[in-house]
Design a protein around this ligand. Sequence first.
Ligand code: 3MF
Ligand code: MG
Ligand code: MG
Length: 399
Amino acid sequence: GKTLKEHLRFSVAYWHSFAWEGGDPFGGQTFERPWFGEGMEKAKLKADVAFEMFEILGAPYFCFHDVDVRPEGADFAENTRNLREITDYFQGKMEATGTKLLWGTANLFSHRRYMSGAATNPDPDVYAFAAATVKTCIDATHQLGGENYVLWGGREGYETLLNTDMGRERQQAGRFLTQAVEYARKIGFDGAILIEPKPQEPTKHQYDYDVATVYGFLKDFGLEKEVKVNIEQGHAILAGHSFEHELALARELGIFGSIDMNRNDYQSGWDTDQFPNNVPEMALAYYEVLRAGGFTTGGTNFDSKLRRQSLDAEDLILAHVGGMDACAAGFKAAAKMLEDGKLEEARQARYAGWDSAEVQAMLAEGLDEIAARVEGEGLNPTPRSGRQERLENLVNRYV
Ligand code: 3MF
Ligand code: MG
Ligand code: MG
């Protein structure tokens, strides 16, 4: 009996909707917004507009980085004061409107102090500044009843091994994540803590490349039960995977948490963060989410930004409406695919035999025993069809 909206748990990303100015590598700001500019007054005007938009959209959740919401201070103390003031302001608005926080996070990648990494920076003072900043962002997330806390390893990676001690940097990253988890639990934050994998940018060799890499890292530091992943479509494509591959792997590893929904076209070469509209692809993604049991603490966060020519505030509303519409269509198709069971039936049929007593016994045998049996029985397997085209066509019946 859940509604579509309860299943999808939509969230608006503060950074793309309210802080993004329309620049690209070849040209700067194209957007004009009354809330752009320095100072606390502008930050509060931005919040007023944001919460009005959450209500217009009926979006139950939002997500933010500290730097999206507060004015930049001259030092850590001023950053912290500013974040506290905005957090209190948000709290009032959340109580008044019922909008909830899906997750909070720290921006440890835009400021020049992080140019060589945050946790993995060669300079221990930068590590300390980043760790202190994460503390304040976990505090803000906790105060606002955030359901998750996300860490994307923005500049945690390297450009050249010639100036990089990879062993040290991995240890620093592991210690940093452990300290974040310990602090969150210490203050009673019981939401999920999520790493967001991403390859290739901004650094050439990102330590959190994809789900498999993150899992290896979590295992290494004993955090695989504590930390899950936030998977983004565009990041999956940049890693040379598909969105559904990353979702399915996270599910199988028991670390699926949440999704950043957007769209990277397959030729893009960089993270374009477009609004999603490829319904068949989204159906395959939500199919994997549903096979993971759906969203428990996670949701569908639109980590999607307007194209720089889409100037109007109206474009911002309509982009989200279109994105929600496409998600709903994809989700409905996925739910029907699962309910009809034809795909699962075909999948199971392909693995026929594995549950039999003989095959289970084989798994306990040594290779020599298996070899003797294969020879004795004259086993000579006939290839089984993968039926890919039939299954791909079947998916089209649902979207
Ligand atoms: C970068 C991203 C990030 C993360 C965010 C969450 C700026 O490609 O996707 O957005 O989603 O930092 O921690
Ligand atoms: Mg993201
Ligand atoms: Mg992204």
